[in-house]
Structure formats: C-alpha cells, structure tokens
Design a protein around this ligand. Sequence first.
Ligand SMILES: [Zn+2]
Length: 251
Amino acid sequence: MRKELVYNIPDLLRYERQLAVIGRSAQLKLRDARVAVVGVGGLGSNAAVQMTAMGIGHLLLIDRDTVDLTNINRQPLYDEQDVSRPKAKVAVEKLSKINSKIELIPIVGNFEENADMIKEVDVIVDGLDTLESRITLNALAVKFGIPYVFASVEGYFGNVATILPGRSACLACFMPLKQSNLRPCSYAVYPPAVFLASSIEVSEAVSLIINGYSPLAGKLLVFDFSSYDFDVVDLKKNPACPVCGDQVGQA
Ligand SMILES: [Zn+2]
C-alpha cells in the first residue's frame, strides 16, 4: 500500500459536497490513509462502498469467502452474476468503478495469514461475523497498536465501539471470549441495521484519520432498530484482560 496518490482539481470536484463539511486538509488526510476492511460481507461491503466513495486512498479488502445468493439482500457490492466468485476480488472490481483514483488491494484468504499487510494500515474496520474471529482481530490490533473499529449486528440490534490500543478498553476487556458468548454466526440480520452500523464504523474511521480520535473511542454504542433506541456506554479497561491487561508482556 505505497502507491502515492496526487489530486488535481478535477479529482477534488467529486468530493465537493463533503469538502464543505470536512475541509480540504482533512480530505488530503483521507487520500493518504490506509484502511483494512477485514471481512467484506454485510458490514464490510457497506463500509467499503462508503470509504471508496469518500476517497480514502488505500483500502485493503480481506475476505476468504465467495459470494452467496443469501448475501445480496444486505451486501450491495454483489449481484446475481457474482455468486460463487471470491468476495474480495468482486469487491475491488466494483469499487474501482465507483472511484478509480484510489488504491484497492484484494486479499482472498484469512486475515490471520495476512497480518503483515494489516500491520501497515492506519485503521482496521471490522467486517467479521463471529465473536471468535473479532477477538483474534482485536488481539492483532492491540499487538500492532492500530485503532480498531468494532461492529456487530444481530437481528435489529447493533453494537459499535472504537478501540485505541493502550488508551482505551479493548474488545476482550468488555466482551471476554467465554464459551457462553460463543454462538454460531447469527442468521437473523435486519439489513438496515447493517447499513447503520457500517455507516457509524465509517464515520469513526474518518474521524480517526482526520482527528486522531473518534466519538466512540472507549465507548460502546448500542442500538435497537425496532424501536430506534440508542445508547452509549463508557467502557473501562480491565487490568486482568488477557489481551491488554497489566500482566500482558510481563515475564
Ligand atoms: Zn483488553
């Protein structure tokens, strides 16, 4: 992810409406930013579309799966012709049509096996679908010191939190990997809840890139799309956390 991107005036024109909100210097930060979208399913494909359109300059798209017909109701990157094709490759084909001025790198495989690529990014955006894999990604983010935007959706419910390694609670602090927490990936998903959670993820990533912090750093946003109830709770670091606690790294 080293391709240098340079804007000329026509390149900036497409961002005119967001420039009126964030300003030109912030746009240049987006252009130079590197983001890993880990899992290009419901959350990841929606987040990738938005980040591509906004001009985040370098996107790593990681997914080991192929497109399934049951994905298409909530994963706008894919259509009927894409069934059985690798998601990461299809994603890059489609995203490059939205914005040909950014760098898009597909990785068809497990994120654990591509840690060297993830190590280079500025922000990790969660597009995974199990707690187990998220706990693994969280540990990787903490190890590399890379901000990690966590999100999950089940039914009408969604959660989003941003983890700043060393500065705020990590996923394992507030969502320990216990057997009781481990359930198979939920099949119950209300598509608008996915769109909303991914939009919040994008806004967090954008804020991290522009400001170095974000509104949900150290906080968990929970929402219920059946009632429009939203809540934000503070998260505390757990000194006994196996990933970021006081004993980690000590002999
Ligand atoms: Zn922790």
